[in-house]
Design a protein around this ligand. Structure first.
Ligand SMILES: *[C@@H]1O[C@H](CO)[C@@H](O)[C@H](O)[C@H]1NC(C)=O
Ligand SMILES: *[C@@H]1O[C@H](CO)[C@@H](O)[C@H](O)[C@H]1NC(C)=O
Ligand SMILES: *[C@@H]1O[C@H](CO)[C@@H](O)[C@H](O)[C@H]1NC(C)=O
Length: 347
């Protein structure tokens, strides 16, 4: 269901080198490793597309067409220009962004997943509506409004529980919130496991002035994972707003991401505790800040690792992943460091 797409066009030399690196006999049947041509600062887009899997044209049909044109290529490796998809995407973004500014891969991932989910939900609603009209059953407004889960939700959606503890009255309440990816804070010389533990253990203090009671009520909020998704997308918050500088700066901290990840202690009523995950893809940010840099992607396919850098696709050793953990020195901000991690559940 979740098809990892490896998309960037090789102008001959690189393509044949990849076939040679993998070995013509070992080359997976039905796989196509294609680079995506970068149309000026679209690598934030390519880097996320390189990790993913007809009617009126929309972002989803353009994406499907792109994947279709890759999977039906005669050549096993190559390069393809994601022109239609990019122009469709940019048409939407024209009011929001300027193409010639660096975009954020995490924002793009979020936008893509939410937009695809919205398109699918709208289609389901239309189908249901037409089905009802045909069968003559009067439609129920409340039922029509209900949103149904789509394959985007089946793959990426997990649930967080927001536990609220009132310090004045010692009552605890909780509220569930769905997520498609988790954004975690990063610290120097740590690991993603540590960041996740901090994510669950961080309590935020908030207060509310109850004027009719004439005093403040203090609350502690804590977010814990309740339901784990099939694909866990972890966004490392490497861009931090510096008040003194009035701009975002990059935290190049070394954060180790293991090939295997087990999530401990999620919420006490968690549904699928202790799931085992395998790393399947990493979006890497190269550079010193959100507006200065480049994105590349590393994807696992049939047991080997491939690096996609726009139109270049290379096979790399698994040990080379260590080069993307980040830096132990706090002085240098310029790094090639893991930015979005994709872990796939074993079950
Ligand atoms: C948790 O819930 C409270 C109350 O609804 C809200 O104020 C707070 O922002 C929530 N925390 C997060 C991280 O969503
Ligand atoms: C997980 O939770 C259990 C009980 O809720 C606790 O005893 C245990 O120490 C926790 N483990 C970790 C690794 O936090
Ligand atoms: C991180 O680790 C490196 C090498 O192990 C060390 O030199 C550095 O001081 C550490 N940084 C922090 C902030 O602990």
């Amino acid at each position: 269901m979740f098809i990892l797409m490896y998309v960037s066009l090789a102008f001959g030399s690189n393509a044949s080198a990849l076939v040679k690196d993998i070995g013509p006999e070992q080359f997976p049947i039905n796989e196509h490793y294609f680079g995506l041509v970068n149309f000026g600062n679209t690598c934030y887009c390519n880097s996320v597309l390189q990790t993913q899997q007809k009617k009126k044209e929309n972002l989803l049909t353009c994406l499907a067409d792109l994947f279709h044109s890759i999977t039906t290529q005669k050549k096993k490796v190559g390069v393809i220009p994601p022109k239609k998809f990019i122009s469709r995407y940019e048409k939407k973004m024209v009011n929001l962004f300027d193409n010639y500014m660096q975009q954020d891969a995490h924002e793009f991932l979020n936008y893509l997943l939410n937009t695809v989910a919205d398109i699918l939900q709208e289609e389901k609603k239309q189908e249901k509506h037409h089905g009802k009209l045909k069968s003559g059953v009067s439609s129920n407004k409340a039922e029509e409004k209900k949103t149904e889960p789509t394959w985007v939700h089946d793959i990426f959606q997990g649930t967080l529980t927001n536990e609220t503890r009132c310090l004045n009255c010692e009552t605890v309440s909780s509220k569930d919130e769905d997520f498609l990816d988790l954004s975690v804070d990063v610290e120097q010389n740590t690991s993603i496991t540590h960041c996740l533990r901090d994510f669950s253990n961080t309590e935020t203090l908030c207060s509310e002035y109850k004027y009719y009671l004439f005093y403040f009520i203090f609350f502690l909020y804590r977010m814990r994972v309740k339901k784990l998704p099939m694909i866990l997308a972890l966004h490392l918050k490497r861009f931090k707003y510096m008040e003194q500088l009035h701009r975002y700066t990059k935290l190049s901290y070394r954060v180790v991401f293991p090939l295997e990840l087990r999530l401990f202690n999620t919420s006490s009523d968690a549904i699928n505790l202790d799931r085992m995950y395998d790393l399947v893809a990493v979006v890497v940010h190269c550079g010193s800040g959100p507006n200065r840099g480049h994105y590349i992607t590393i994807v696992k396919s049939h047991g080997f690792w491939l690096l996609f850098d726009d139109d270049i696709v290379e096979k790399i050793d698994p040990q080379a992943l260590e080069e993307f953990y980040g830096l132990t020195s706090d002085i240098s901000k310029n790094s090639e460091s893991g930015y979005i991690l994709f872990y796939q559940s074993r079950e």
